[in-house]
Structure formats: C-alpha cells, structure tokens
Design a protein around this ligand. Structure first.
Ligand SMILES: Nc1ncnc2c1ncn2[C@@H]1O[C@H](COP(=O)(O)OP(=O)(O)O)[C@@H](O)[C@H]1O
Ligand SMILES: [Mg+2]
Length: 594
C-alpha cells in the first residue's frame, strides 16, 4: 500500500516537473529573442557584484589606515570608495533599464501572440471560458511572466556568481568565517520546501479569484441598465463587498504566510550576523585579523545571507511563472480554426464576382458539445438575387444554422458548400468550395442584438470597408432605409454612436448594422433576426430595397414572425431538426394567423 502511494506521488511529481519543463520552454520562446539584453543584464549584475566586493576591500583598507594598522593615503582611498559607490549606482540604473525594457517587450509579445491566437481559436471551445477569465489570463498572467522572466537564468547566474565570489573571498582571507555563510542554510532549505507547496496553491487560488472578480466587474458594468431596471443595486453592492471580503481574506492569508517566513528569515539573519560579529571581535581581540578585515567580513556575511535568500526565493518565482504559463497554454492549446483554404477561396471568388455565389446544404447533422441535438437531416439552398427565410419558434435552431454556415462550428455530418453563379443544383464540380473558416470572408453577417462600436456612423461603416467614400456610405444607408433618420441628424454620417449603439433606438441601430453589412458588398448576406426591432412596414421596405439592389447578392434571413415571408423566394421552417420548404398556402396561413 505504502509502496503504491509512493509510486503515485512519484508519478505526480514527475508529471509536474515534465509540465514545468514544457512551460519553461514555452516562456523562453518569447524571451530568447532578447538574448543579447539578457547577456548584458547578466554581465552588469556580475560587474556590480565585483565592484561591491572591491568596495568591501577598499573599506577594509580605509578602516585599517584610520586605525593605524596600515599606512596609506586616507583621502585617496576615501575618494576611490566614493567613486566606486557612484559607479554601482549608475550600473544598477542601467541594469534596471535593461530589465524593464526586456519585461515590457516580452509582455507586449506574449499579449499580441495570445490575442491573435484567441481570435483564431475554435469559437465553441472558447465559449467554455468566461470572458472575465480570458481577460485575466491574457493580462495578469502575461504580465506575471514578463515581470519574472529574468528570474530564470540571468538572476540565477548572478546570484550564484555573487555567492561563489563572496565565499571565495571569505575563504581567502579567513576560512574560519566560511561557516557563517552556511549557518542559515538549513532554515532556508526547510522553509523553501513548505513555501513551494503553499506557493503553488496560492497561485491557483489567486488566479481563480482574479478571474471571478474581473468577470463580475465586466458583467456588472455592461449591464448597469438591467441592474437598475430590476432594482438590484443593493444586491450588486453586497455582491461586490462579498467578493472583496473573500479577496481580502485570501490576501491576508498570503500576508500572514509571508510575515511568518520574513520573521523567521530575519531572525536567522540577525543570529548569523551576531554570531559572525562575535567571532570577528574574538579574532580581532586575539590579534588574528585587523579591524578593517572584520568590517569586511561583516559586509561579506551580509552579502552571503542575502544572496542565499535570493537564490531560494527564485524557486517560488519560477513556480508562479510556470503556473501562469500553464494557464495561458490552456487557451492556446484549444483547437485552432483552419484557414488553410484562403487562396482557394480567393480564386473561387475572383471567378464568380460577376454572377454571385450559391449556397447548398445537404443532410446536415449537428449537436452542441453539451449534447443538445439541433439538426438531424437538414438541407437548404439559396442562389444569387434570392432571399430565403428560415422560420421557427425561438430555440428551434435558426441561429445555430447561421453559425454553421459561418463555420463558427463544424457539423458532424452532411455537406455544406458554395458554388458559382448558376441556379442549378451542382452537388460536385469544379467551381465549388466547401464551407470553412476561409469562406467567412464571402459573408456579411448581421447578428441578433446590437453590434455597433463606439465612434461615428462613418467610422463604424469604414470598419468593414476602410476606403469607402461618403457617397458609398450614404448609398448603403439608403439601401438599409437608415438614411431617413441619419439625414436628419445635425452631424449626418459624422454623428457619434455610443457604446453598443447607444443614442439610437434598437430599430435604428439594426438598420445601421444592416447598412454596414451591405457596404461590405459580400456575395452572401446573413440577417439573423436583424429586423426584429423594426415595425412591419419598415421591415418589408428594408428587405425589398435589398432585393431591388442590382448587386448579385445571396441573402438568408431568419425570423420568428411571418410578416416578410411572402416576399421571400423560399421559406424553410425548422421542424423536427430539419428544414422543410413551406408551400404558398402554408405561408399564407402563417401570415393570417400571426
Ligand atoms: N452555445 C450553445 N451551447 C449549447 N447549446 C446551445 C448553444 N446555443 C444554442 N444552443 C441550443 O440550441 C438550440 C437552438 O438554439 P438557437 O439556434 O439559438 O435557436 P433560435 O432558433 O432561437 O435562433 C436551443 O435548444 C439552445 O438551447
Ligand atoms: Mg436566434
């Protein structure tokens, strides 16, 4: 039993070490580009170590000259000491500069890299994380790594060098003092072992707490209206207080732990320094060394204890770094979207610019990872200059179908592809591409809810087409029936939109979103309940206007109300996990009964 336990613990330890190795390699892939700066930093650290040792020698001479133990120039020696001290000040500034340069560069690099990787991560996997959690990992964990990256190799080398050189000096002048360098060692070692375990746990707790707080803050600030409307102000203030209480009690726990270790370490350092002081006095008294040598030993023993402490505290720092690296790697290691068909799609689009693009879906099957099966045997098709509608009650699968068309999620069966122009069925052929993340550039998508960014109307429009002229913008606004109200604004297309479409009614913001999608001139337009906040007359006007446009656009709208169905080419009802084409009579019945 015991053997087995030992074996298991051994395995866990090996696993953690294996992981740490992987995480270290990962961190260094960012830092290694700056090897020159790291070498410079290491050299500076070593040079300043040498200078501080020389200073302790010069100060020995100075004391010896003053006490008459030695003869020499007092003024000269004094000046030399001051010069050396000024020199170390400059050196430490340069090495601070190098270290902050390095950490800022690494910080920016990790953040850019993770940012771009998050953006191409499979959307469904990403939805498993709260955005607050993602944000904390992206900002805090990356900063944690960049600020501690020098602790791996450069600082370890500097501290080792400092320890060895100070120790050699002690041995050289009076080997009996060497024992004081190791007096504190057992305590340091013992402490580091317990610290290590606690450190890992603290890191995990602190990261989880950070994610929770940032999630709470972000969600609260973006939902102030709902909080007010439900009169939840007090509840939310209480929740914040509760979170702060948890946070403070966690931090105090950490603080207590670090207080304990600090007291222990300072006591040990004090004892060691008193012991070496006593020993020094004894050696001076017995005539073995001079006063100057004693002061030198005192300063060296301080260096040795301090450096030993620095060396042992590298371990928790490395633990914290690798924990952060692990949390970032979790995100990076999620499945990536496949953009390998970009060239193929670009060629396909070039070939079909004139006539537009058809979409065909056959026997599609899809279940969410949660197990909810949404489609079993769904088929539909749509061609240029056509608008088709997907109808069905809420929760039936309209948005899911749009997400599948956009390849935000991968179907588990069936086929989905685009083909050039013609309105005839073309199951397989040369002028065909399968739906992948690469085909997304052929779509314009107006999702449910508000998706305008803060900035002027024109800026929002140019987000999707940076070189659009004012005339093009106005034309798109006209097509989306948004020009009616934009025209009346004092600043016209240069009017400000606030965060999430603020300052405009829901229906106006929807028309602006549609105008933005039309401006992009993608061959396929997807409107997901994008006209839901419009009155029936305006809704019909918007769709009719889009249909009248000469651009060979292929258009899919989803709706839960039948008011526009009779102007659509085909209407698919999502029923029993599949898509059924409704007859004219069924459409008429639906519209009458609405
Ligand atoms: N991200 C998701 N994860 C798991 N299930 C989902 C997710 N989004 C939607 N669903 C489920 O899929 C079904 C269809 O949803 P949806 O396509 O959004 O319906 P709607 O027709 O209202 O647009 C619903 O039963 C919903 O619970
Ligand atoms: Mg929906």
């Amino acid at each position: 039993m015991r053997e087995k336990l030992k074996f298991i613990i051994g395995r866990i330890k090996a696993g953690r070490l294996q992981e740490m190795k992987k995480q270290t390699i990962w961190i260094y892939q960012y830092a290694k580009r700056y090897w020159l700066i790291m070498i410079l930093y290491t050299l500076l650290g070593m040079v300043s170590t040498v200078i501080s040792l020389v200073i302790s020698m010069v100060s020995r001479d100075l004391v010896d000259i003053i006490t008459g133990h030695e003869t020499g120039e007092v003024i000269q020696t004094f000046c030399m000491m001051i010069g050396l001290n000024v020199g170390t000040t400059f050196l430490s500034q340069i090495s601070d500069y190098a270290s902050s340069y390095l950490s800022m560069k690494v910080d920016a690099e990790i953040k850019t890299d993770i940012f771009s990787k998050i953006l191409v991560t499979d959307w469904e996997s990403l939805t498993n994380y709260h955005t607050g959690d993602l944000l904390t990992r992206w900002s805090s964990d990356a900063s944690n790594i960049s600020s501690g990256v020098l602790n791996f190799v450069p600082n370890a080398i500097i501290y080792l060098f400092r320890f060895i050189s100070a120790f050699s000096m002690v041995i050289y002048y009076d080997a009996s003092f060497a024992i004081f360098a190791f007096l504190g060692m057992p305590v340091s070692l013992l402490l580091s072992k317990t610290l290590l375990r606690r450190m890992v746990r603290n890191n995990e707790r602190s990261a989880a707490m950070g994610a929770k707080m940032s999630g709470f803050n972000q969600e609260t600030f973006s939902n102030i209206q709902t909080i007010k409307a439900f009169d939840l102000i007090h509840i939310y203030i209480e929740r914040l207080k509760q979170l702060q209480k948890e946070y403070i009690s966690m931090k105090l726990d950490f603080q207590k732990m670090s207080m304990g270790t600090s007291i222990l370490l300072s006591t040990v350092a004090l004892l060691v320094s008193y012991a070496s002081y006593g020993w020094g006095l004894y050696r001076v008294w017995s005539g073995a060394i001079s006063y100057g040598t004693m002061t030198m030993f005192l300063s060296l023993s301080g260096t040795l204890t301090g450096t030993l402490h620095n060396l042992t505290s590298l371990v928790p720092s490395v633990i914290s770094l690798t924990t952060s690296a692990g949390r970032l790697m979790d995100i990076i290691e999620m499945p990536r979207e496949d953009y390998s068909h970009n060239d193929e799609v670009a060629a396909f689009w070039n070939q079909n610019k004139e006539n537009g693009i058809s979409l065909q879906i056959e026997n599609l099957e899809y279940s969410y990872k949660t197990g909810t099966k949404v489609f079993q045997d769904a088929s539909l098709e749509v061609h240029p200059h056509e608008v088709i509608a997907l109808v069905g009650p809420s929760g039936e699968g309209k948005t899911t179908m749009i997400r599948l068309i956009l390849s935000l999620m991968q179907s588990q069966g069936g086929s989905a592809f685009l083909f050039g122009g013609s309105t005839t069925k073309q199951a397989s052929g040369s002028n065909t591409v399968a739906l992948t993340p690469s085909t997304r550039k052929l779509f314009s998508y107006v999702p449910q809810g508000n998706t305008m960014f803060s900035g002027t109307i024109a800026e929002n429009m140019r987000n999707v087409k940076p070189d659009a002229t004012d005339e093009e913008i106005i034309e798109a606004l006209q097509l989306a029936c948004a020009w009616d109200f934009v025209e009346k604004l004092p600043m016209g297309i240069h009017s400000e939109i606030k965060e999430r479409g603020g300052g405009f009614s829901e229906g106006q913001a929807q028309r602006l979103s549609i105008a933005r999608a039309l401006l992009r001139r993608s061959p396929i337009l997807l409107l997901d309940e994008a006209t839901s906040a419009l009155d029936v007359a305006t809704e019909r006007r918007v769709l009719k206007s889009i249909m009248r446009d000469e651009y060979p656009r292929t258009c899919i709208v989803t709706t839960h109300r039948p008011s526009v169905l009779n102007i659509c080419k085909r209407v698919y009802a999502i029923q029993n996990k599949s898509c059924v084409v409704l007859s004219e009579k069924e459409i008429d019945d639906m519209m009458r009964n609405f």
